[in-house]
Design a protein around this ligand. Structure first.
Ligand SMILES: NC(=O)c1ccc[n+]([C@@H]2O[C@H](COP(=O)([O-])OP(=O)(O)OC[C@H]3O[C@@H](n4cnc5c(N)ncnc54)[C@H](OP(=O)(O)O)[C@@H]3O)[C@@H](O)[C@H]2O)c1
Length: 293
């Protein structure tokens, strides 16, 4: 049977703004039942209402702060209790920060928002994605993964030493690509296929939180050459909807084709080690009595 997104459930993190919103809109127009997962309930509701009124297809919202692991767990519990289907998960939400910051869990905020939160969300939804297979997971990564010149820094994964915005961002985006690769190795045989993609240089709010002059200047000079959010979302939407399944599964795409990635992004051993170390970081929850589960 062919793949169709019509009437199937698609979760888009950060679906309230930028590339995620454009993807949510395109998928809703294609007949998907979109869940906008976002940290700001009001912004998510406004986006959902606007998309729903133009597509005529119901859009709902899910509150999640990806930089807060308890919030990710609560969001996954809510989603699983309120929805049966899960056809596509688009891990799109992300950020870039000029200065080092820590999350409520004590993690570095770029790595937490862009990688640890999405990793945990994906793992908490994986059994549902498997039960609903064929299904797909799409990680919005970036060509900026090339800034991670040393690959994954297992010795200082959260950049306690020498924080540099583009390197930390690139590191988190390399993790997104390796995550997709390892997801495919583990769950591809169950019919859950994973991809990473680069949206191009897109005119959005990323990094405009006010703490990086460098981003503001880059946007000012690159502005006219930047893509619209709709253009930036195109490959993610294509990966979510294309039939037959885009190949290679587990690959890294740009402009609807497999793209060149760094040698680290193709390192299966690094992907496996990253998975194991991430699991140890985020999957263990300790209850009040100190028992891990
Ligand atoms: N723009 C580019 O040129 C470009 C290039 C390569 C890759 N990317 C990637 O594209 C993805 C989308 O970025 P964008 O350019 O569309 O930026 P954007 O307009 O700033 O959108 C980012 C989205 O992520 C959400 N988000 C940020 N932190 C979050 C958190 N802790 N919990 C939940 N949601 C959170 C934002 O929510 P709020 O509205 O609440 O802030 C927003 O919905 C990112 O993964 C980024 O790395 C972008």
């Amino acid at each position: 049977m062919g793949w169709s997104i019509e009437g199937r459930r698609v979760i888009v993190t950060g679906g309230n703004a930028g590339i995620g919103r454009a993807a949510a809109e395109a998928l809703s127009n294609a007949g998907a039942l979109v869940t906008i997962a976002a940290r700001n309930r009001a912004k998510a509701g406004m986006a959902a209402d606007a998309i729903e009124s133009s597509s005529g297809v119901p859009v709902d919202t899910l509150e999640v702060d990806l930089a807060d692991l308890a919030s990710v767990r609560a969001a996954a519990d809510t989603f699983l209790a309120t929805h049966d289907d899960a056809a596509v998960l688009i891990n799109n939400a992300g950020g870039m920060f000029g200065r080092r910051g820590s999350t409520v869990d004590g993690h570095e905020r770029t790595i937490a928002t862009n990688y640890l939160g999405p990793f945990l969300l994906t793992q908490l939804l994986i059994d549902r994605l498997r039960a609903c297979s064929p299904s797909r997971i799409i990680n919005v990564a970036s060509s900026g993964h090339g800034y991670a010149k040393e690959g994954i820094r297992f010795g200082d994964f959260e950049w306690t030493d020498r924080y540099r915005m583009m390197e930390v961002y690139g590191h988190s985006k390399l993790a997104n690509i390796l995550h997709a690769r390892e997801l495919e190795r583990r769950y591809g045989p169950d019919g859950v296929h994973a991809y990473a993609m680069h949206p191009g240089l897109v005119r959005t709010s990323i990094g405009r939180g006010g703490d990086s002059l460098r981003i503001s200047l880059a946007v000012r000079f690159a502005g006219p050459r930047m893509r619209s959010p709709e253009e930036g979302a195109d490959t993610a939407v294509w990966l979510a909807t294309e039939d037959p399944l885009p190949e290679p599964c587990g690959g890294y795409f740009e402009d609807r084709t497999e793209a060149r990635s760094s040698r680290h992004a193709r390192d299966d051993e690094m992907a496996r080690r990253l998975w194991d170390e991430t699991e140890a970081l985020v999957m263990t929850r300790t209850d009040e009595s100190g028992t891990a589960s």
